[in-house]
Write a protein that binds this ligand. Sequence first.
Ligand code: ATP
Ligand code: SF4
Ligand code: MG
Length: 357
Amino acid sequence: MSSVDGSGQPRADEVTSVAAERGPLAVEAVSLSRDFRLGRGHVLHAVREVSFGLYRGAVVALVGESGSGKSTAARLLAGQERPTAGSIRLDGVPAEVSSRRAFRQYKSEVQLVFQDPFSSLNPVHTVRYHLERPVQLHQGKRGDEAAREVTALLEQVRLTPAKQFLHKFPHELSGGQRQRVSFARALAARPSVLLADEPVSMLDVSIRLEMLGLLDDLRRRFQLALLYITHDIASARYFADEVLVMYSGEIVERGPAEELTQRPAHPYTQLLVASAPDPDNLGSALRGGTAPAGRQPAATGPATQGCPFSTRCPLADDRCRAEDPPLRRVSAVRAAACWRLDVAAPGILAQSQGGGT
Ligand SMILES: Nc1ncnc2c1ncn2[C@@H]1O[C@H](COP(=O)(O)OP(=O)(O)OP(=O)(O)O)[C@@H](O)[C@H]1O
Ligand code: SF4
Ligand SMILES: [Mg+2]
């Protein structure tokens, strides 16, 4: 798609996602917005005109601090929340979730895994029950065939020997084992898209890397289009092909994971990278260390007018406080929403204007 904003500049929709190098487009968010009415005429714009694609075999990370709209974006993509505006396309076709049947069909392609496996598993049901139901529902298997599939799913998430886990209840499992059951349940639908909403942040730091390794293995094995939601930019760099940085419901920067985290353009991304325990030591945030900035509540909330980051940005000027900057192409694979990139990221702009990518 090619379009131009009011200033005559090419818009960010001309940026190519590096995730597209891995495989075909599976699901696409097209200018998705979600408002919440809070009463007394107040409206919260939780997600604002967000567009991105998820590609088979690739990981796209959605990074941002608490309240930036990450989970709302995931629920929209999962069909659990209705957009106020915009649309979702699955395999190039507008997603249909209005009837129960259509939603089930959509869910068999797009699965969501939550941060807290304990609350997403039913305490009164065994592991076997949790897996057998989606196997029956989405694969139509019964009896021995379903039992073999349940065993295979447990093996795929490395809960072995499988028979030791079949009859366990969620409270008899460790946090990591419960999250593996959540992954297995999602895989039971044989999805093409997996939305993982902070899948390791509730787990003990000692097993976070191992769990991301498992997700990566599943991505490769099933050619999953994976959305990895996190507040931790170091883990996004370690794990993702492309990073989308979200602030106050908007994508404020996007680009290849390594490049964006090594040379962030947007002042908010720069803050996230600077606050990460050690951006060069990728495992450090996963293994422990101080809490990344995204988890700590910001001292000042987003601006309601102009650039949402203007209340915290050291570069904010009058224009920033008056007008919200659109997401603009910075290079063939990068975009950022900032009026003052010439000051915030002069090297990146100079490179792109000189024909670099
Ligand atoms: N059902 C709802 N009704 C009203 N406001 C909501 C609702 N769901 C989310 N919000 C608000 O929308 C904003 C975005 O919330 P969301 O949960 O998507 O953020 P998040 O980035 O996932 O945060 P966290 O990192 O804490 O999980 C927040 O201000 C939140 O309070
Ligand atoms: S537009 Fe202005 S306030 Fe917003 S990030 Fe850029 S410099 Fe900062
Ligand atoms: Mg969330």
